[in-house]
Design a protein around this ligand. Structure first.
Ligand SMILES: [Zn+2]
Length: 100
């Protein structure tokens, strides 16, 4: 996956972009915690139905930009799942759900 001219700089940028789009940054993941239990969270892949539901919910807040939804963050203790919308983890109790 490359954009534009095949210079060294372009390839580096393309690789970084791909990484960012595929997963929550590992360092960020380590400092995130469930707001209820204060426990660590782990990434989970969301079902297609859940992704659609979250996209529909957040589309309005994103002012026309299509929200990217692929995964969520599940609390290791209570198993609540917090959505990750366009690489932004939404660690809010009101936005959490029980099943991926
Ligand atoms: Zn929890």
């Amino acid at each position: 996956m490359t954009f534009g001219r095949r210079t060294g700089d372009d390839s580096v940028r393309a690789i970084r972009y791909t990484d960012a789009a595929m997963a929550v940054d590992q360092e960020l993941l380590e400092i995130l915690a469930c707001p209820i239990c204060k426990e660590a969270v782990e990434t989970v892949t969301l079902s297609e139905g859940r992704r659609t539901e979250i996209r529909d919910k957040y589309r309005e807040k994103f002012r026309g930009e299509e929200p990217v939804v692929q995964e969520g963050l599940r609390c290791r203790k209570c198993a609540r799942i917090y959505p990750v919308v366009s690489d932004i983890p939404v660690m809010l109790v009101d936005e959490a759900f029980e099943e991926a």
